[in-house]
Design a protein around this ligand. Structure first.
Ligand SMILES: [Zn+2]
Length: 104
């Protein structure tokens, strides 16, 4: 989507520290990490927010969680948090769905 930061990262139009990528998902380091490990798991398809997802996006969301699991395994994380912020009141800053993978 034009002007979307995460679409631009997914399309390699903007740099990011990418750690893992599939046809559907790109995972990169949060530019402002809140913990020792703070990755963003981002679908390449533009969806503004979890609340904007459709029933057709069920597999995409399952894929996000399993991609996060795979990235955590690569980082040898024994435990971690997976977090969606939804809407401004839920702490969402970028209007493109992303799953935070956080480990201290
Ligand atoms: Zn986007």
């Amino acid at each position: 989507m034009e002007g979307c930061l995460f679409c631009e990262i997914a399309e390699k139009k903007r740099p990011a520290e990418v750690v893992f990528e599939t046809d559907e998902v790109v995972i990169f380091k949060d530019a402002n990490p809140k913990a020792r490990v703070h990755l963003l798991v981002v679908p390449k398809k533009h969806i503004a927010s979890v609340k904007d997802a459709t029933d057709g996006d069920r597999a995409l969301f399952g894929g996000l969680i399993l991609a996060a699991r795979d990235a955590a395994a690569r980082e040898n994380l024994a435990g971690y948090k997976l977090l969606f912020n939804v809407g401004r009141d839920g702490g969402q800053v970028i209007d493109h769905v992303h799953l935070h993978l956080i480990a201290s």
